[in-house]
Write a protein that binds this ligand. Structure first.
Ligand SMILES: O=C(O)C(=O)C[C@]1(C(=O)O)C=C[C@@H](O)C=C1
Length: 377
């Protein structure tokens, strides 16, 4: 108890009274929120009944509707008047929708594991905690699991703001029929994790994924210049190794710290404060327009002068906003290239259709990887 409180028992009583009145108010609001959440869940159940009547096969795509979810989240943010910030506010709706979808049909989401990685964090950010997430050990496996129908959706990293593109993910699209049905961007915060037995003044080894070690290079140079930096297969694997080693630390995210019961010795130690990673959600079906969408295509050009210009020119003329162009070697022949192109708009838009039909007449091959809502959260 603070001195000022013991000096002023009357003030203390009135504060206690104010506190208990506020708690009565919170209880009553909680009761209303609870009733409303369940009323919402009952609506979702009715939606599911209608969907079941109109779909012969009961495919997950009839239940999970990325375009509708994006609209609900965007509307929540537009409506928000604070004091909660937009992202926090939308996150609560994300979880409510996740629970409603689980009532309709449970979704199985495969992600590049192991458990505790940023990719799992991205999967949960996108689908909410009610989705059933399954960890797989390679990007190829995530693609295969989705293509075979063993998982409804997959989550794979595609680019990092400091390290660039994840080429393995792009290459997998060349030989696969899966569609992109969403994107999620995650701010990547690295933390310096130690175990209960770590002697922090004697740390001689720091484990992490090679990318994370390089993203925290300056911090390590300043704080642990002599510690050996050991690259391992994932940040979660790094966290796992620290358990039981008194002279080692790991660089990883908070999920890994929780999973392996490690302590956050230093938080957000990344050199670039706006370090973020973009992940793609892959699935079997196309997604309807949400009103603010992106499309990804992959194109192979004929090996002739001006091919790239010819490919990009129709986008420019139709005023289509290109958000990314990535070149990768084609898997079919030496010195042949394919271009991964992202742009704003949905394949159902007439301008996009006009631009794409011109592009396809100028290239050797064009494959639409998917149109999907721009990341909301
Ligand atoms: O609107 C729908 O189609 C629903 O199924 C409802 C709902 C929701 O809870 O709002 C649930 C799951 C879908 O992914 C989208 C939205």
């Amino acid at each position: 108890m603070k001195d000022s409180d013991s000096d002023n028992p009357a003030g203390q009583d009135s504060e206690r009274e104010a506190l208990s009145q506020l708690r009565v108010k919170i209880d009553s609001i909680d009761e209303q929120i609870g009733e409303l959440i369940n009323a919402r869940a009952r609506c979702a159940q009715e939606v599911a009944e209608i969907k079941k009547r109109h779909s012969a096969d009961g495919e997950i795509s009839t239940f999970y509707r990325p375009e509708r979810e994006a609209q609900v989240l965007r509307r929540a943010m537009e409506r928000n008047t604070g004091p909660l910030d937009n992202e926090e506010f939308a996150r609560l709706f994300r979880e409510i929708m996740s629970a409603c979808l689980a009532l309709e049909a449970p979704v199985k989401v495969a992600y590049l594991g192991p458990e505790g990685t940023f990719t799992q964090q991205a999967a949960i950010k996108h689908f909410g905690h009610s989705a059933h997430t399954v960890s797989l050990s390679a990007i190829d496996e995530v693609f295969r699991e989705v293509a075979s129908g063993a998982a409804h959706f997959g989550v794979v990293p595609v680019e990092n703001s400091t390290e660039g593109v994840v080429t393995h993910t792009l290459d997998n699209f060349l030989g696969s029929s899966v569609k992109i049905c969403g994107e999620v961007v995650l701010r990547i915060h690295h933390n310096f994790l130690v175990s209960d037995i770590t002697r922090v003044d004697s740390i001689s080894r720091v484990y992490s994924h090679a990318q994370s070690l390089s993203q925290c290079r300056k911090w390590l140079d300043a704080h642990y210049p002599r510690a050996e930096r050991v690259a391992v297969s994932s940040n979660a694997e790094a966290a796992k190794r620290v358990k039981g080693e008194w002279n080692a630390a790991a660089i990883a995210g908070k999920m890994a710290a929780e999973l392996y019961d490690l302590n956050l010795h230093a938080e957000s130690i990344e050199d670039q404060p706006d370090n973020s990673t973009r992940f793609l959600i892959i699935g079997a079906d196309e997604v309807e327009a949400s009103g603010d969408d992106k499309t990804s295509i992959v194109v192979s050009t004929r090996n002739e002068p001006g091919a790239l210009h010819g490919l990009l020119e129709p986008f420019h003329r139709h005023n289509v906003d290109l958000t990314r162009v990535e070149t990768r070697p084609s898997l079919t022949g030496t010195w042949n290239y394919v271009f991964f192109i992202d742009f704003s708009g949905h394949v159902s838009d007439s301008t996009i259709q006009a631009a794409l039909s011109e592009v396809s007449s100028r290239v050797a091959d064009l494959k639409i990887l998917g149109s999907y809502p721009k990341g909301v959260l």
